[in-house]
Structure formats: C-alpha cells, structure tokens
Design a binder for this molecule. Sequence first.
Ligand code: BTN
Length: 256
Amino acid sequence: MQNNTFSTLFVGQNLIKLSDVDSTNNYLKLLVSKSEPLPEGTVIMADNQFAGRGQQQSSWQSEPGKNLTFSVYLKPGFLPVQKQFLLNMAVSVALNDALTAFTGLGFKIKWPNDIYFGQQKLGGILIENLLSGSSYKTGIIGIGLNINQVEFSEALKKNAISLSQILHKNVNLIALLAVICSHIESKYLKLRANNYPFLQSDYLKKLFWFNEIGRFSHDGEIFEGVITAVSEQGLLVINRDGLEKAYNFKEVEFLI
Ligand code: BTN
C-alpha cells in the first residue's frame, strides 16, 4: 500500500501511479484478477495511456502528463444488477460536485455520464462491471478528465475543453484527484446506505438539457424533445410532442 495525504477513509488511500500503461482500466482489471486481495478504493493513475478506452468501443485520447486518467476499484456487491446505473449516477454526481468544489463553477452531466462545461466535454466515465450471479462483484470506474491540455486534435477541437482553458491557469492534478476521491467516497457511502432517491434527484438537477427543449436524433430522424427523467436502469426519457419514450444508450444522439 502506498501512502498519501488524501483525507478519505479508503478511496485513493492505495494510490498507484504509473508512467505508461495501455489503459488504467485494463491494468486494474488484471490486478483484481490476481489472487492477492486488493483494497477497495485502490486508484490507478497514469501519466500516459497508449490505448485508453472510451464509451462504446471508442478510444480515449489524452496528452501525456497533462490530464487525469485514472481508475477506481469498488466492490458494490450490495447493489442488485438491475440497479447498477445508480453507480453511474453516484460517480457522475461526485465528479460534478468535486469540480464545482475545486473551481467554484457549474458543470453538467450529459446522459449517461459525460461531464460538460457549457456545450463542451470536459471528461467522461467508463464503468466496467464484473458480475457474480445477480449481484455486482467488482466495479472498475475509469475516469478521464481534460485538465492542463490546451490543444486538441482536429476531430476533438470543437467538442472538447480542459479545466486550464476554463480557468486560464494550470491545475495541480493530485490536489484535484484528492477532492474527486473524497466526493466519490461520500456518494458511494450514501449509495451503500441505500440512499437512492437523493442520488437520482441530484443527478437530474445536474443533467444537461433536463426540462429544456433539446435536439436529438434517433434512427436517422431529427426531433426536438424535453428530457423528463432517467430511469433506475439508466434509460433516458424524452417527451416528444406530449408522448414520453425511453431510450437505451446507443439509441439516441444529442445534437449539440
Ligand atoms: C468516455 O468515452 O467518455 C469515457 C472515457 C473514459 C476514459 C478513462 S481514462 C482512465 C480509464 N482508462 C481507460 O482506458 N478509460 C478510462
């Protein structure tokens, strides 16, 4: 166990810093599969990921040494499989709150779990679950946040933003990581204590386009609608011309 100065009970107390790895999620999965038990809350962070992964089989690109790319090991065995989206909610709200605590600014969660500042993406979350029967054995919580990077590839330029672009100064990565770990721990403990309703309402309060008219596309068709809810299973409910419909992850695209 490596020591650090985080004021948490367990999240980030065992912090493993790597200079170069394919993906911190892959590395953590490998550690978990080894026979030696790993303390819950272990965090793997990397200066550089040469095969960082994003949602829906995309890649996660991050300039070496400039950003936060890390994975947190949680054991949400208390959470039934059909409620697993609550862990997404807990981590998204925690990240959002941590960023606000650190900067004093407001951020949004774009469904399901992207972190947005205005119309641009600051970061994302890739949660990978290992199940055991009807409950959840292991949660690998991968988080990528653009922090001190100021140049993005042509493909990302329009949609991506970093904290240093927002604040016009460089940010201390470990200081921010400490705040994030403490918020993740606090939301996770609330989830463990069965405090779901607060979590769902916190998530909705911070949800991008919640109760606003937004433009979406579904099956090649563009439409306007209002997000009215996100179900416990994580489906996005959009009211379109007075009719509510629930969409699964890949079924609907935001036209921002
Ligand atoms: C997204 O597509 O928005 C999710 C991005 C998640 C990226 C993080 S970086 C740390 C961890 N390791 C990975 O390979 N991916 C996640």
